[in-house]
Design a protein around this ligand. Structure first.
Ligand code: FAD
Length: 450
């Protein structure tokens, strides 16, 4: 007779939890997973996937406009938000079903309810106590809305995906990647869009050349970017909402979207009662194997606040499965994780920013190029693509690659492989480019700018 009901009990069927559970089951573990909201978690329901569908929708405006100089005569254009949201929801429902089937086919038992940890081996769910040798906390994160008068009138990205109608005017508070992406989405769909950020330049943590270039490009498109501003209050007005800034000025809007960060979804989970240590911002404190201070409790993904990205949560889930049930203690590899911003135009990055390289005392050479994409020589659109390489002078290794421009998200993946192989600038230079493409610029930059 087994000592516990399950070998593994996972709380949260998002990117990380589903992968850890399926892979653990494939190694022969008896696994159950609890999900209180939606199978597939944030990424599938209110994150990466619906976001990218909305980004696609927002690009048609440009496509129609640009088609004219290529000889296309495009007729009357009308956009219907309700059709977009209905079709997006249809795809998400399909994905929820895919996740249900994947878990079922792997032999993982799904329990659709809120779960709480009672002690290092016991979970309370639906009024019932269940025991497991290991508990995996994969509860994700949740949007944070700062406290200021009228904050209750603002929505977060969660609600933005389900707005009943498309607003005419939107104010976005926050300058992280989610705010930037929604600014591009709303603007592309014809919404008058203002984005506010408290510091001098948005996208903190990204290379300064990405931050500056994207700001220029968004402004050229007509997005009203305002930096160094603080929101004092959101008030109701005769036409909707009024965002009042600390300098006394005000912006009228129909919707205000707070994209002001996310925090681990650890409240109401019983972790502290079970003796699990949390960081000051509520994330589960884990070691390199994702183990908490309690030997039987592991945590992965957004709730550990390491890198809030789907592929990272998945890699952490795989590593836990290998560690616990495949006799292969595994630490996830956080080296050169490539990321993209699905802004318009898009951005991508891998490795060190120029600032990080300098802070880490590398002597660096900087290679940078800025050019008009070939497509726009005919469309006439005033848009520049920026690409940048950060190179270690001593070893010639490429430390970082950064890009703003169409298809940046597709181009960066191959460069991440090169960086993980320790590619040098000389090897980039010795690689023959694909012509004509933007990507070839990464192997043809010869002149140092710094
Ligand atoms: C708008 C937006 C856009 C994004 N875009 C990208 C992108 O382009 N690329 C990228 O890599 N990442 C993106 N992300 C981040 C990505 O979605 C997350 O990093 C990823 O989903 C984290 O996976 P996870 O398994 O840690 O948590 P989640 O996917 O959030 O899953 C956690 C699950 O746990 C459930 N849960 C929580 N508490 C309990 C409980 N007590 N009992 C039962 N169930 C519970 C939740 O309902 C949820 O389903 C985006 C996020 C947002 C919000």
């Amino acid at each position: 007779m087994a000592q516990y009901d399950y070998d593994l009990f996972t709380i949260g069927a998002g990117s990380g939890g589903v992968r850890a559970s399926r892979v653990s089951a494939s190694f022969g573990a008896r696994v159950a997973i609890a999900e209180e909201r939606y199978l597939g978690g944030t990424c599938v329901n209110v994150g990466c996937i619906p976001k990218k569908l909305l980004v696609y929708a927002s690009h048609f405006h440009d496509d129609y406009e640009e088609a004219v100089n290529y000889g296309w005569n495009v007729g009357e254009r009308r956009f219907d938000w309700a059709t977009l949201i209905a079709n997006k929801d249809k795809e998400i429902n399909r994905l929820n079903g895919v996740y249900r089937k994947l878990l079922g086919d792997s032999g993982v038992e799904i329990i659709e309810a809120h779960a709480e940890v009672i002690d290092p081996h016991t979970i309370l769910i639906g009024g019932k106590k269940i025991t497991a040798e290991y508990i995996l906390v994969a509860v994700g994160s949740w949007p944070v809305v700062p406290k200021f008068p009228g904050a209750e009138y603002a929505i977060t990205s969660n609600e933005a995906f389900y707005l009943p109608t498309l607003p005419e005017r939107v104010v976005i508070i926050g300058g992280g990647y989610i705010g930037v992406e929604f600014a591009g989405i709303f603007h592309g769909l014809g919404v008058r869009t203002t984005q506010l950020y408290w510091d001098k330049l948005f996208l903190r943590g990204f290379d300064d050349d990405i931050r500056r270039t994207l700001a220029q490009e968004m402004r050229k498109r007509g997005i009203d970017l305002r930096f160094d501003v603080l929101v004092a209050e959101i008030a109701k007005s005769s036409t909707g909402l009024k965002v009042i800034l600390t300098d006394g000025s005000a912006i009228e809007a129909d919707q205000v979207l707070c994209a002001t960060g996310r925090t681990s979804k650890t409240p109401n989970l019983g972790l502290e009662k079970a003796g699990v240590k949390l960081t000051s911002n509520g994330a589960v404190n884990v070691d390199a194997y994702s183990k908490s201070n309690i030997d039987s409790i592991y945590a992965i993904g957004d709730c550990t606040d390491r890198m809030m990205l789907t592929p990272v949560a998945i890699a952490e889930g795989m590593a836990v499965a290998n560690t616990l049930f495949n006799n292969k203690p595994t630490k996830p590899n956080y080296q050169n994780v490539a990321t993209a911003i699905f802004s318009t135009p898009s951005c991508s990055t891998v490795g060190l920013t120029e600032q990080e390289a300098r802070e880490q005392n590398y002597a660096v050479d900087i290679f940078r190029t800025s050019f008009k994409p070939l497509k726009h020589t005919v469309t006439g659109r005033d848009e520049r693509t920026m690409m940048k390489l950060v190179v270690d002078q001593t070893t010639d290794k490429v430390l970082g690659c950064h890009m703003v421009g169409p298809n940046a998200e597709e181009i960066i993946q191959g460069l991440a492989v090169a960086l993980n192989c320790g590619a040098t600038k000389a090897q980039f230079d010795a690689t023959v480019g694909v012509h004509p493409s933007a990507a070839e610029e990464f192997v043809t930059m010869r002149t140092k700018v710094v």
